[in-house]
Write a protein that binds this ligand. Structure first.
Ligand code: DC
Length: 235
């Protein structure tokens, strides 16, 4: 009689690195978390890290209109991201920052702080270390993941949506904030994020673009899950 013993190494799915980029309001966070949870992958919200460093700077009296002051202070806060997609966390110097980083004040200042090259170098290094440590793989969402942070990602997705769809979603998340004011704020932040010199918001040449304007969240999740499974099967 003969039989085969499958080793864990042979049956475990290969680690897969997924980069999901795009402007705000395209469904990046909801999609990334759900895809990671469904496929047993880790999840990293890189926008939360830029928000966290911005929050620390505001709390510590750093002039966030001064790139030199921002650069000098960039290495001081210790930012730790928890990568469980069902309960992602972020702490700054050991303090839970998940609520405060979503305030309007942080949202309005984060583009200026994240445009400073010294900030990007430090946060990019942190992101690469986290991605490397994810044994089964990870979904990393942001603006420059496919182009700069993880250019060798197994799969790159670039989510887009019309400004109207994005503003409607964001104002819903902000519990009924005025749609046209939200639209203006989104477009202003996109313009700043897309025009900065260091690793701007951009689609990688080899990214799959998905326009989510007329898709439900479930449809977007299904589309991305199918793409990830295809990549995993081919590894
Ligand atoms: O995804 P978010 O809205 O939480 O991101 C907040 C800001 O952080 C966004 O306006 C630009 C910046 N950001 C970035 O520059 N690079 C990333 N990879 C992610 C976010």
């Amino acid at each position: 009689m003969s039989y085969t013993v499958e080793t864990a190494a042979r049956t475990a799915p290969a680690a897969v690195i997924v980069a999901i980029d795009g402007p705000s309001g395209t469904g990046k966070s909801s999609t990334s978390k759900a895809v990671a949870a469904k496929l047993g992958l880790s999840y990293l919200d890189t926008g939360a890290q830029y928000r966290a460093i911005t929050w620390w700077m505001l709390n510590n009296g750093i002039d966030v209109t001064d790139p030199v002051a921002i650069a000098d202070a960039a290495g001081k806060p210790v930012i730790v991201s928890g990568t469980d997609p069902s309960a992602p966390t972020i702490t700054v110097d050991g303090i839970d920052a998940s609520g405060p980083i979503r305030t309007q004040e942080v949202t309005s200042k984060v583009s200026a702080v994240s445009a400073v090259p010294e900030v990007r170098t430090l946060i990019t290094e942190l992101q690469r270390t986290i991605a490397k440590g994810a044994a089964l793989g990870i979904v990393v969402e942001g603006r420059d993941i496919g182009t700069t942070v993880l250019p060798d990602a197994d799969l790159k997705i670039f989510l887009t949506a019309s400004p109207e769809a994005r503003a409607a979603r964001r104002s819903g998340e902000l519990k009924g904030a005025d749609v046209s004011a939200t639209r203006e704020a989104l477009l202003k932040r996109d313009a700043a994020d897309s025009s900065r010199k260091t690793s701007p918001l951009a689609k990688a040449d080899d990214a799959v673009e998905v326009d989510t304007s007329d898709l439900t969240l479930e449809q977007v999740i299904e589309c991305v899950v199918t793409l990830v499974e295809g990549k995993r099967a081919a590894k």
